[in-house]
Design a protein. Structure first.
Length: 95
């Protein structure tokens, strides 16, 4: 299977690229045109409800070119402002 052009974005590995394709984002340009919080919310509600704040930070990093460890808390707070009824209930540890 050929590698998705989405993997050219920082921190977008093949699994995330596959999930992005499921919500009709197939190119880096399409990804960058969308709000990263909207992308995460759509992925979480339509593709994988177990996505955690680390996945959110990875998507924001790829969109804004900020390192994930520096924006994790900030991106979580911004997401909860935009989507107050969502949360990060997940069984994943250390996230």
């Amino acid at each position: 299977m050929p590698k998705s052009p989405l993997t050219k974005l920082p921190n977008i590995w093949p699994k995330i690229a596959d999930n992005l394709i499921k919500i009709w984002i197939t190119t880096p340009e399409e990804f960058l045109e969308r709000d990263p919080y909207e992308i995460f919310h759509e992925l979480k509600t339509r593709v994988d409800h177990t996505l955690c704040r680390c996945a959110l930070a990875s998507i924001v990093w790829a969109h804004e070119w900020k390192k994930r460890n520096l924006i994790r808390k900030e991106s979580e707070q911004e997401f909860l402002k935009k989507y107050p009824n969502d949360n990060f209930d997940t069984a994943r540890k250390n996230c």
